[in-house]
Write a protein that binds this ligand. Structure first.
Ligand SMILES: [Mg+2]
Length: 261
C-alpha cells in the first residue's frame, strides 16, 4: 500500500529540500527492503524511461505523439478520429501500447508505425544543461528503457543534450516488441545489458511500469507529471508497493543523490 503523502515521509529527513517521496508509515517492514537515498549513490545501473521522465510532460511532445497515433489508427482502420481514439485507448489498455495492439490485432509494420508517430516537433524539448550535469556526476551506468524506438530516443536525447550520458538505449524492438509493463521485456533488458536488478534503480513516469522492476529486486522511483492532475494511467494503483521513491522534480531528486556521495 502506498503511503498518504500527508503521512510521515521518511526520506524527507534524509533529503532536505525535496518534496515528500517515500513510503510507508503503515508498513515499516517495507522500509527495511528499500534503499535510503544515502545508498543510492552506490547504484550500478540507472534505468531511465524516456518520455515524460527525462523531459517534462508539459512540453506537449507526447501529446503530439498520441495525436499522431490516433491519426495512424484512423487511417489504418479507415475510421473517423473519435472511433480511432476509442480503439487506441482499448489497445493501450489491453496490450500495454497502441503499437502492440496494432501488431496483434491489425498486423501493422512496427517500423512504419514508429516513423509515422514520431514525425513530431522535437523543438518542444528544451536543452537541459542541468540534467547533463547531474547525469555526469551521478555514479553508475545509465541506460534508457523506452517503449518507443531508438530513433525517437536519440532525437529526444540530442535535444536535451544528454546523449553521451547514456551507455545504451533499450527500445521496444530490442525487447522483441514486448512493451513495458510485460515482465519478459524487463528480463530481456537485464540479459542484454547485464543488469543486476538488486544494484539497479528504475525511473519512470508511468508508475505501473515499475511493478515488474520492483518484483525483480530493483529500487524504483516514480516521477510524477508536472501537469495536474497526474493522468490515472500513470498513477500507482491502490495496493502499489512497487513505488519505493516518488518525486515531482527528477533533477532535484538526482542532485540530492549526488550530494550524498
Ligand atoms: Mg514515460
Amino acid at each position: 500500500m502506498r503511503c498518504d503523502r500527508k503521512a510521515t515521509a521518511v526520506n524527507e529527513v534524509l533529503v532536505p529540500g525535496v518534496a515528500a517521496q517515500t513510503k510507508n508509515s503503515e508498513n515499516p517492514g517495507f522500509l527495511d527492503e528499500m534503499k535510503p537515498i544515502t545508498e543510492l549513490n552506490e547504484t550500478e545501473t540507472w534505468i531511465f524511461d524516456l518520455d515524460n521522465t527525462l523531459y517534462p510532460a508539459s512540453s506537449g511532445l507526447m501529446a503530439e505523439v498520441s495525436s499522431r497515433m490516433t491519426l495512424f489508427v484512423a487511417e489504418t482502420l479507415g475510421v473517423a478520429s473519435d472511433t480511432a481514439l476509442v480503439e487506441q485507448k482499448r489497445m493501450f489498455r489491453e496490450h500495454g501500447t497502441t503499437l502492440r495492439g496494432l501488431m496483434n490485432d491489425h498486423e501493422v509494420d512496427p517500423d512504419e508505425f514508429m516513423a509515422f508517430v514520431h514525425t513530431v516537433d522535437y523543438t518542444r524539448v528544451d536543452r537541459s544543461p542541468r540534467l547533463a550535469t547531474v547525469l555526469s556526476n551521478l555514479p553508475g551506468r545509465k541506460i534508457v528503457y523506452t517503449n518507443a524506438s531508438v530513433a525517437h530516443a536519440e532525437s529526444v536525447l540530442d535535444r536535451l543534450g544528454v546523449r553521451d550520458a547514456f551507455a545504451g538505449i533499450f527500445d521496444v524492438a530490442a525487447a522483441d516488441y514486448i512493451p513495458k509493463p510485460h515482465p519478459p521485456s524487463y528480463a530481456i533488458l537485464a540479459t542484454e545489458h547485464g543488469v543486476d536488478p538488486v544494484h539497479s534503480v528504475m525511473v519512470e513516469d508511468i508508475a505501473p511500469n515499475l511493478a515488474p522492476a520492483a518484483e525483480m529486486g530493483m529500487t524504483t522511483l516514480w516521477v510524477r507529471h508536472d501537469s495536474e492532475p497526474n493522468p490515472y494511467w500513470a498513477t500507482p494503483d491502490g495496493e502499489a508497493d512497487y513505488v519505493h521513491h516518488e518525486t515531482d522534480d527528477l533533477l532535484a531528486w538526482l542532485e540530492n543523490v549526488v550530494k550524498q556521495a
